[in-house]
Design a protein around this ligand. Structure first.
Ligand SMILES: NC(=O)c1ccc[n+]([C@@H]2O[C@H](COP(=O)([O-])OP(=O)(O)OC[C@H]3O[C@@H](n4cnc5c(N)ncnc54)[C@H](O)[C@@H]3O)[C@@H](O)[C@H]2O)c1
Length: 295
């Protein structure tokens, strides 16, 4: 199965990146959002990325025109009916995802593949929303942030996922110029199972005043050769997303290393969600990280 028509549900941080990459790989992409304002914001993020590519000479104005022609937006689930593949990238709440999957199951063709970009839920937990015939075509497709820059996609197989589905998804990931790894359908898959305890530990160090935010980040960046420190990365991911992911992993494994620190909950409660809200561990001006903020 050659995947040509791709639907993306949720055009936030991740959905917009997945949509951008799929269009650039030659697919026709339809993004579905919850309301007009979010749709306009999501599409503007993708248009902005293409503007920057043209300004930097990485894409031609003709390429951008052709990409624009292959990207559309909608607010209605039935518009996704012709898609070969739909990737869900809405917030990390099981109830919301179940409701969305039930809607998608009603409108998609029998042959369409359905994937979730969930960071921490088990993909099989979404099965109750689907008809039994859809289950061989359900899988996880877990992209990394920022999607256009990150080369990895975890392809998550449930016990019901068909071999033909996996083959089509492997080919799709390759078409996007990315590398797929087969991951188990266990909370956190491979990367977050290892990464999340590290990020939460860095927050605990900040909470216990082991060192300042800047020094913690510099230590891990320069001492371990990481491209960014753990608190910077947490701001980048979104502290609300970090909290939801930690809660799911803690529920699943019951191990204290997955427990969200009080500091994380306080920052989220204060509206300091990281880059997306303009403040988290750092102050942000758009994409630019500014000074560390008091804790
Ligand atoms: N942020 C990360 O670094 C990261 C990395 C990998 C995976 N993920 C996962 O990707 C998913 C999305 O995360 P995000 O960071 O992009 O979140 P986000 O909050 O940036 O975007 C979610 C979008 O979904 C939209 N939405 C909500 N309900 C909808 C509906 N019914 N129909 C259509 N759109 C709807 C919202 O309006 C919002 O624009 C989550 O499951 C998250 O765990 C996130």
């Amino acid at each position: 199965m050659d995947i040509q028509r791709v639907g993306i549900v949720g055009c936030g941080l991740m959905g917009s990146g997945i949509a951008q990459c799929a269009v650039e790989a030659g697919c026709q992409v339809l993004v579905k959002e919850a309301d007009e304002a979010f749709l306009a914001k999501g599409l503007a993020r993708i248009h902005g990325a293409w503007e920057r590519s043209v300004a930097k000479g990485k894409a031609t104005p003709e390429q951008r025109e052709s990409w624009l022609g292959n990207l559309r937006g909608t607010l209605a689930f039935p518009d996704l009916a012709a898609c070969d593949l739909v990737v869900e990238a809405i917030p990390e709440h099981l109830d919301l995802k179940l409701k969305t999957f039930a809607e998608l199951d009603q409108v998609l063709s029998a042959s369409a593949l359905l994937c979730s970009n969930t960071s921490s839920l088990s993909v099989a937990q979404l099965s109750p929303a689907l008809s039994p015939e859809r289950l061989p075509r359900l899988a996880g497709l877990h992209f990394f942030n920022p999607v256009p820059a990150m080369p990895l996609v975890e392809i998550v197989r449930t016990l019901a996922t068909g071999d033909d589905t996996l083959a089509a998804l492997r080919a799709f990931v390759q078409k996007l110029g990315k590398t797929g790894v087969l991951a188990p359908d266990a909370p956190g898959f491979i990367v977050n199972r290892l990464l999340v305890p590290y990020l939460l530990d860095a927050m605990r160090c900040a909470e216990q005043r082991l060192a300042g935010v800047d020094d913690l980040d510099q230590g891990m960046k320069l001492g371990c050769g990481h491209p960014m420190g753990p608190l910077h990365l947490s701001d980048f991911i979104g502290l609300d997303t970090m909290q939801s992911v930690a809660d799911v992993l803690f529920d699943a494994f019951g191990e204290s290393r997955f427990k969200a620190p009080a500091l994380l909950r306080q920052l989220v409660a204060a509206g300091r969600l990281g880059r997306k809200s303009g403040s988290g561990f750092y102050r942000w001006e758009g994409e630019k990280r500014m000074e560390a903020l008091p804790l």
